[in-house]
Design a protein around this ligand. Structure first.
Ligand SMILES: Cc1cc2nc3c(=O)[nH]c(=O)nc-3n(C[C@H](O)[C@H](O)[C@H](O)COP(=O)(O)OP(=O)(O)OC[C@H]3O[C@@H](n4cnc5c(N)ncnc54)[C@H](O)[C@@H]3O)c2cc1C
Length: 407
C-alpha cells in the first residue's frame, strides 16, 4: 500500500478513535490532573493509556494519524541486544510487560526468538560480538552448531554457517496494530484522542504550564507529555529546552504474504535482516542505517512521497531477492511496498525520559527503541507523573544530561 493511501486509512482510524471525543477545547471528565500527551505513536499511546487508567484526565493530540511517525515504519523487533547493563535491564523489563499484554490485548506478538548467523570469518566476529553483549546476563543467548540450526529455523536454508547464535526471548510485533490496541485501551478509560490536531504553542507562566494552543483550540492543562518522536525538539523548544536529535532513517521492504514458515527475527549474512509477519508478509532490509539525504527533511515534513516507484522497486526487490536466497518458500511472494521511517535518535543512543529542566509540568519521552520500550515507559511515566515517584530505572535517561549541549 502506498504511503498516502496508508496514512489515509490510518487517518480514518484516528477519526474513529476521536469520534465522540468532542472539540479540543472541551472539558473532559472531572477527577485527576489534566494531562496532555503529544503524539499518537506507540510511546504516546502507551503513556496515554496508563495515565488514563490511573484516573488522569487525558487529552492526546496527534497531528496526522495514529502510528503515523516512526511507529508505522518500524521493524518492531522486541529485543535487549545492548551491552549497557542498565539499559538492557529496562528493555528486558519491557519485554516482560509485552508478554503480559499479548493475550489480553490480542496483540498477536510472534515470540519466535532471534537468529544471527554468518557465512565467513569476518561476519562470525560480529556474531560473537553480538553474543558477547549478553554474556553473564539473564538473556538466554546461545551458540548453535551448524547441525542444530535446522531445529531453530527449519524453513531457512542458511548456506555455510561460520557462527550462529539463537536467543529465545525476542519477539516481533505489528507496530500499527499494537498502537491501535493501546489507543483503544486509553479510550476505554475516557482518554480523548484528538486527530488530526497539532500542538503549536505551549502557554507557560513563570515556568508553569497553563495550556496548549492547538490547531483546533486552546486546551488548559496541568501537565504535558511530549511523545512526538523526531518532532520532540520542536515541542521542547516551546518549553525553553533545546535538544538535538538525529533522525536516523531506515527503509523496509514488505512482501505480499508467503506461506508462514519463519517465526524468528533473522540477522542473516550480508547485513540482511528479516522477519515474517503473522499474515505471511516478509519484512526486511539490507541497509538498517542508510545515509541521511537532503530529501529526507521533505519526507519527514510529509511534503514528498518517497521513494518514487522506480527507486521503491529497485530497493524493495533487491531486499526480497536476498531474502529468497535463505527462504526458498518465499519465491512466490512479490513486493508489496517499501517504507522509509525516521528513528528518533538521541545523540548518545539512550532514551530521553523525564521532567524537562526549567519546565516541571512538561515531561518528555523519546527513544529509538520505542517498540521495545513502550510498555515499560507507560508504567514508569505514570509513576513519575501521577504518583511523584522517582523511578530509579529511568535515572540515567534524564533530559538534563543535554542541558549544556553546544549549538
Ligand atoms: C526502520 C525502523 C526500524 C525500527 N526498528 C525497531 C526495532 O526493531 N525495535 C524497536 O524497539 N524500535 C525500532 N524502531 C524505532 C521505533 O519504531 C521508534 O522508537 C518508535 O516507533 C517511536 O515511537 P514514538 O511514539 O515515540 O514516535 P512516533 O511513532 O514517531 O510518533 C510521534 C507522533 O507525534 C506526532 N506529532 C509530532 N509533532 C506533533 C505536534 N506538534 N502535534 C501533534 N502531534 C505531533 C507525529 O505525527 C507522530 O505520529 C525502528 C524505527 C524505524 C524507522
Amino acid at each position: 500500500m502506498r504511503r498516502r493511501q496508508f496514512l489515509k486509512t490510518l487517518t480514518g482510524m484516528g477519526a474513529a478513535l476521536a469520534a465522540g471525543a468532542g472539540a479540543a477545547g472541551a472539558t473532559i471528565r472531572s477527577g485527576g490532573p489534566r494531562v496532555g500527551v503529544v503524539g499518537g505513536g506507540i510511546v504516546g499511546a502507551s503513556i496515554a493509556w496508563r495515565l488514563a487508567e490511573a484516573g488522569a484526565e487525558v487529552m492526546q493530540f496527534e497531528r496526522t494519524a495514529p502510528a503515523a511517525g516512526a511507529t508505522r515504519n518500524s521493524f518492531a523487533w522486541l529485543n535487549a541486544f545492548v551491552d549497557d547493563r542498565h539499559y538492557q535491564a529496562l528493555r528486558l523489563a519491557s519485554i516482560a510487560v509485552w508478554r503480559e499484554l499479548d493475550q489480553p490485548l490480542g496483540l498477536g506478538i510472534t515470540w519466535g526468538g532471534y537468529l544471527n548467523w554468518a557465512h565467513d570469518a569476518a561476519e562470525a566476529e560480529a556474531v560473537r560480538a553480538n553474543a558477547a553483549q549478553m554474556a553473564g546476563t539473564a538473556y538466554p543467548v546461545r551458540y548453535l552448531a551448524s547441525a542444530e540450526f535446522a531445529g531453530f529455523g527449519p524453513a531457512i536454508e542458511p548456506g555455510p554457517v561460520a557462527a550462529a547464535i539463537y536467543s529465545a526471548l525476542d519477539g516481533h510485533i505489528d507496530p500499527v496494530h499494537a498502537t491501535l490496541q493501546f489507543l483503544a485501551q486509553a479510550r476505554l478509560r475516557s482518554a480523548r484522542f484528538q486527530c488530526p490536531v497539532e500542538v503549536q504553542r505551549l502557554e507557560m507562566r513563570a515556568g508553569r504550564l497553563r495550556a496548549v494552543h492547538t490547531s483546533s483550540g486552546v486546551v488548559p492543562l496541568d501537565r504535558l507529555v511530549i511523545a512526538a518522536g523526531v518532532d520532540a525538539p520542536a515541542l521542547l523548544a516551546m518549553a525553553g529546552f533545546r535538544l538535538r536529535l538525529r533522525h536516523s532513517p531506515g527503509f523496509l521492504a514488505h512482501s505480499t504474504p508467503a506461506p508462514l514458515e519463519v517465526r524468528t527475527v533473522c540477522d542473516a549474512p550480508g547485513g540482511l535482516s528479516f522477519k515474517q509477519m503473522a499474515d505471511g508478509a516478509l519484512v526486511g532490509t539490507d541497509s538498517p542505517e542508510p545515509p541521511d539525504l537532503p530529501v529526507h527533511a521533505a519526507i519527514r515534513a510529509g511534503a514528498v512521497d518517497f521513494p518514487d516507484p522506480a527507486i521503491r522497486a529497485m530497493h524493495g526487490n533487491r531486499v526480497l531477492d536476498k531474502i529468497r536466497v535463505f527462504l526458498p518458500h518465499a519465491r512466490a511472494a512479490t513486493l508489496d511496498r517499501v517504507t522509509l521511517g525516521f528513528r528518533p535518535m538521541p545523540t548518545d543512543g539512550l532514551p530521553i525520559v523525564g521532567h524537562v529542566p526549567g519546565a516541571p509540568d512538561v515531561y518528555v519521552a523519546v527513544t529509538h527503541s520505542g517498540m521495545t520500550l513502550a510498555p515499560i515507559l507507560g508504567l514508569h511515566v505514570r509513576a513519575e507523573l501521577l504518583y511523584a515517584r522517582e523511578v530509579a530505572a529511568l535515572a540515567p535517561y534524564r533530559p538534563g544530561r543535554f542541558s549544556q549541549q553546544p549549538s
